[in-house]
Design a binder for this molecule. Structure first.
Ligand SMILES: Cc1cc2nc3c(=O)[nH]c(=O)nc-3n(C[C@H](O)[C@H](O)[C@H](O)COP(=O)(O)OP(=O)(O)OC[C@H]3O[C@@H](n4cnc5c(N)ncnc54)[C@H](O)[C@@H]3O)c2cc1C
Length: 377
């Protein structure tokens, strides 16, 4: 295979920018086509577990992530009043920290800078409008009228992936789980030094996640009708009503929320592409191929692992299609495991009926999963 491939990445999110960096650092010619006008990720935070941090180190941005975020080591399980019931040290993968909370816009900035510094071109406000794979290359036209020929096109275009629709129609459209996530960014109290998971039985669970020295976010998942949307003028009060069982730090954090616009509401959906993740020289990765519920905080971690393993596979295989086969064989079992356990945790926490297979997965549980996933990807 040519030592330098031409790769077009559709989507400049977490996975797409990681792939752009990993490939450009290996000498490939990389272009990212991102539909948004800038890297303006939602202003909430994200957890980078140790396996994601390991990938960040491999692409040279670990220190930048840790500087922009809040590294932490211990998960605290608490009662509704915030009293600690258990403190669970999180595993490390090699010598990288156990976890890092980081604002999404900061992570987008770190990854975007890294991709450009490595030599990738990131183009904003463009999307694929036509694509023809003739077996030896892919001819692509973008929405600004420009056209090019690529050795590989990768759809890192998120849960709603237009490239997935182009390949598979609506067979793998996102399936709503019946649950939604409420998040709000707040000042970080000095004693929130790692994720605090406060639970009120099956009724409710609230997570406090530090993301910088100054900030944390409060997150909570509730069953919501598919067409429900919070009232734009009262979203903070609706969230407070749902978390009424909590006192202590969760209630104190909520009391500080006076602006309904500060509340970010996201429906939780799932995607599982059952057919191969690539058709010829066009591949799907990250959420486009396997979006999961956020219960293990591993969706973006799986996306960046996908990216790094794809870059590695392209470096060793005899052809692009062979690299895609090797890559998927390595990635699918792990991504499916994360998805199945995340879904089982969602059911367990909300009193849903679990299958025997899910019960077996739940014996591993969230703390056990962290240990499984801290092993090599
Ligand atoms: C509530 C919630 C909390 C979460 N918390 C965590 C967490 O703590 N840790 C974790 O690891 N994961 C978490 N996740 C999951 C994580 O956000 C996703 O798994 C991750 O962002 C997937 O990365 P991706 O690159 O595949 O897609 P994305 O990051 O979604 O990027 C897709 C990109 O494609 C672009 N795009 C879309 N359409 C087009 C088009 N037509 N043309 C060009 N570009 C296009 C988008 O603008 C976007 O930039 C959470 C998810 C949710 C919903």
């Amino acid at each position: 295979m040519a030592p330098s491939l031409r790769v077009l990445i559709h989507g400049g999110g977490i996975g797409g920018l990681t792939l752009a960096t990993a490939l450009a650092r290996r000498g490939h010619s990389v272009e990212v086509a991102e539909i948004r006008d800038a890297l303006d990720a939602l202003g909430v935070g994200i957890i980078q577990p140790t396996n994601a941090l390991h990938v960040m180190r491999e692409i040279g941005v670990l220190d930048a992530c840790l500087e922009a975020g809040f590294p932490w080591e211990v998960l605290t399980i608490a009662d509704p009043a915030g009293n600690a019931l258990a403190r669970i040290p999180q595993p490390r993968m090699g010598d990288v920290p156990a976890a890092n909370g980081i604002p999404r816009p900061a992570l987008a900035g770190v990854l975007g800078d890294a991709a450009v510094a490595a030599g990738a071109t990131v183009r904003f406000g463009v999307t694929i409008t036509a694509l023809d794979d003739d077996g030896t290359g892919v001819d692509v036209t973008l929405s600004d009228g420009s056209a090019g020929r690529w050795d590989l096109v990768v759809g890192f275009d998120g849960i709603g992936s237009p490239l997935r629709t182009r390949l598979y129609g609506d067979r793998y459209a996102p399936a709503y789980t019946g649950f939604a996530n409420w998040r709000v960014t707040l000042p970080r109290p000095a004693d929130v030094r790692g994720v605090v998971m406060a639970t009120a039985g099956k009724e409710a669970k609230a997570l406090l996640t530090p993301i910088t020295d100054e900030l944390m976010y409060l997150g909570a998942v509730f069953a919501e009708a598919e067409d429900f949307r919070p009232d734009p003028e009262h979203a903070h009060e609706e969230l407070a009503k749902r978390l009424a069982l909590f006192s202590g730090p969760v209630a104190e954090a909520l009391a500080a929320v006076t602006d309904p616009a500060a509340v970010v509401y996201s429906r939780i959906s799932q995607v599982t592409v059952e057919e191969p993740w690539h058709v010829g020289r066009v591949a799907l990765a990250g959420d486009a191929a396997h979006a999961s519920t956020p219960h293990l905080a591993q969706g973006a971690a799986m996306a960046v692992e996908d990216a790094l393993v794809l870059a590695e596979s392209l470096g060793t295989a005899a052809s692009v299609p062979a690299a895609l086969e090797t890559w998927e064989a390595r990635r699918r079992p792990r991504a499916m495991w994360v998805q199945a356990l995340s879904r089982a945790v969602l059911k367990q926490e909300t009193g849903g009926e679990t299958t025997a297979e899910e019960d077996a997965l739940l014996e591993v549980g969230v703390p056990g999963a962290a240990h499984v996933l801290a092993k090599s990807y």
